[in-house]
Design a protein around this ligand. Structure first.
Ligand SMILES: Cc1cc2nc3c(=O)[nH]c(=O)nc-3n(C[C@H](O)[C@H](O)[C@H](O)COP(=O)(O)OP(=O)(O)OC[C@H]3O[C@@H](n4cnc5c(N)ncnc54)[C@H](O)[C@@H]3O)c2cc1C
Length: 498
């Protein structure tokens, strides 16, 4: 192939790169886009449906999101939904399942009820489900292996009628197919082409070097996952950042154990750590539990090599050591990391995982699930050396010179169109191109997402009922303790009937 000139080159054909190609082709007058991908197909790494949980993270059941963060993610998540509906991808790429955040035990129940009161205006479709309702909607979260109701107080905050699930691999492919349909833009994909180096051209723009060819571009966006930072470092950018790859594995059940998505309450210190159960769209809706979180000394899961790339991208020094030490000295994090190492050890892993997963399904048996071999990916979490700490979300390096590097841990697939919007606007401005904002807003956004509807009275009533029931049970327990004679179940933990 001859050397080729493009207005924009995107490195990496995962969901981030392909979403950007789509937006540039459809909503700007940029004439030529080249996408360079090192593997044989689009989305073979983290964007592939077996690598991630296939969840549209809207912020309604993700308990580590603040209201402000949820308002932002809701907007970008809805873009994915709108895109899929516009192209009629229902039940092919976009799926609807019931979903909930599940609180177990009095403390978590109160946390979720409080969260509901804070979030119901942003997510007016949310419902409060007590134990009785959960028996109908998601029975396996209620009953233990003897068929008895679990003793803990539980509550689900969820919904039955939202779009919840996406095959992000197929979505990536659709972005590129649709980008290529834009007749005013030439979109070319180069597979099996690894970018080795990016250099500033003496004339203008950049030279993107691969093993075989050289490509030229006025603007380059690197959407190469953990390798974005690797390439940035090569060019002398982002030297204050290091990459900590956190791999995630899954456990697959043999049946549709859960009707929908069940999320647990997240520890805010461990944003990648909340176990959940999800219907897997590739496995006929069978429940997949996970992901785990394991620090791995390589940048890509289930691919050869990348060990050296890990060390180069970590840029280990005193500041990284302090950042890691700060993480490890927190006992929750230390224990969590240690436990996650054990989750990868054959035989022990299933026993340990069973204990954790029984918080969701109390009757779960060892024979009902297996380690999902070949599933899972790597979240490129970023360490900031200046602040000596782990950054919890996505990170981008805008060099100000026609070059962007994006690192996208979870929920990078959900926010693909939102991240692409940010980059597209910047690129259009930088290159002096037009951006058709009206068309973009008409097609991908719903206008103002933060309009607050009336409070949902019926849900508030259920919430008050749950609180009253917990209080009644506690009062009875104290009465039994201090006034009456102990009954047979006196030493049981107090629990309400909800
Ligand atoms: C266990 C797990 C669960 C997750 N669950 C969810 C979820 O439920 N919902 C959600 O929204 N997000 C989830 N995520 C996050 C999501 O999967 C990622 O944020 C997203 O896939 C990142 O997409 P990307 O295109 O930026 O990177 P990737 O998908 O990793 O793609 C990067 C691409 O760049 C290519 N590349 C790399 N180096 C080069 C080079 N030198 N030259 C050319 N090409 C190169 C790679 O081959 C690859 O195709 C999860 C992640 C993990 C690991």
């Amino acid at each position: 192939m001859a050397n080729k000139n493009f207005e924009v080159i995107i490195v990496g054909a995962g969901i981030s790169g392909t979403a950007l190609a789509y937006e540039l082709a459809r909503y700007t007058d940029i004439k030529s886009i080249g996408i360079i991908e090192k593997y044989e197909d689009i989305a073979t790494l983290n964007s592939c449906a077996t690598s991630n949980s296939q969840t549209i993270h809207v912020g309604d059941i993700e308990t580590n999101y603040t209201l402000q963060k949820a308002a932002i993610t809701k907007r970008t998540a809805k873009m994915v939904e709108k895109y899929c509906l516009q192209h009629h991808y229902q039940n092919e790429i976009l799926f609807s399942h019931q979903k909930m955040a599940l609180g177990v035990g009095k403390k978590e129940v109160e946390f979720l009820l409080h969260r509901y009161e804070e979030f119901f205006e942003l997510f007016p479709y949310l419902e409060v489900w007590n134990k009785e309702r959960l028996k109908e909607l998601e029975p396996r979260v209620v009953f233990d292996e003897d068929g008895n109701e679990r003793k803990d107080d539980i509550v689900g905050i969820g919904t039955k009628d939202q779009w919840t699930t996406v095959d992000f691999g197929k979505l990536s492919k659709s972005f590129l197919e649709n980008a290529k349909k834009e007749s005013n833009t030439d979109v070319e994909l180069f597979l099996n082409t690894q970018v080795l180096n990016i250099k500033k051209s003496k004339k203008r723009g950049y030279i993107v070097e691969t093993k075989k060819d050289k490509f030229y571009a006025d603007f380059v966006v690197v959407d190469a996952g953990a390798h974005s930072l690797f390439l940035a470092h090569q060019m002398g950018f982002g030297l204050n950042l290091g990459c900590l790859p956190v791999a995630g594995s899954f456990y697959m059940t043999n049946e549709k154990m859960l009707k929908g998505k069940v999320y647990m309450i997240q520890n805010p210190k461990l944003p990648f750590a909340a176990l959940h159960g999800d219907p897997d769209v590739l496995a006929n809706g069978n429940t997949r539990f996970g992901p785990t979180a394991l620090m791995l000394p390589k940048l890509e899961r289930y691919k050869k090599g990348t060990y050296m790339d890990f060390w180069k991208t970590l840029r280990f020094d005193k500041n990284i050591a302090i950042a890691l030490w700060k993480l490890l000295k927190e006992s929750d994090i230390r224990n969590y990391i240690f436990r996650n190492f054990l989750f990868e050890i054959p035989f022990i892993n299933k026993y340990l995982f069973l204990k954790d997963a029984r918080k969701i399904v109390p009757s779960l048996k060892l024979s009902e699930f297996r380690y999902a071999k070949g599933f899972g990916g790597v979240r490129p979490q970023v360490l900031n050396k200046d602040e000596q700490k782990l950054l919890l979300g996505e990170a981008s390096i805008y060099t100000g010179e026609g070059l962007i590097f994006n690192m996208t841990p979870s929920p990078g697939a959900t926010s693909c169109l939102g991240n692409a919007e940010r980059d597209m606007k910047y690129i259009a401005k930088y290159l002096g191109k037009n951006f058709n904002e009206k068309k973009f807003n008409d097609e991908l956004t719903d206008g103002d997402y933060c309009v607050l509807p009336e409070p949902v009275i019926s849900q508030k009533a259920i919430l008050n009922l749950i609180r009253a029931e917990i209080q009644r049970t506690e009062e009875k327990y104290h009465q039994d303790l201090h006034v009456n004679k102990p009954t047979d179940d006196f030493w049981d933990k107090p629990h309400s009937k909800i």
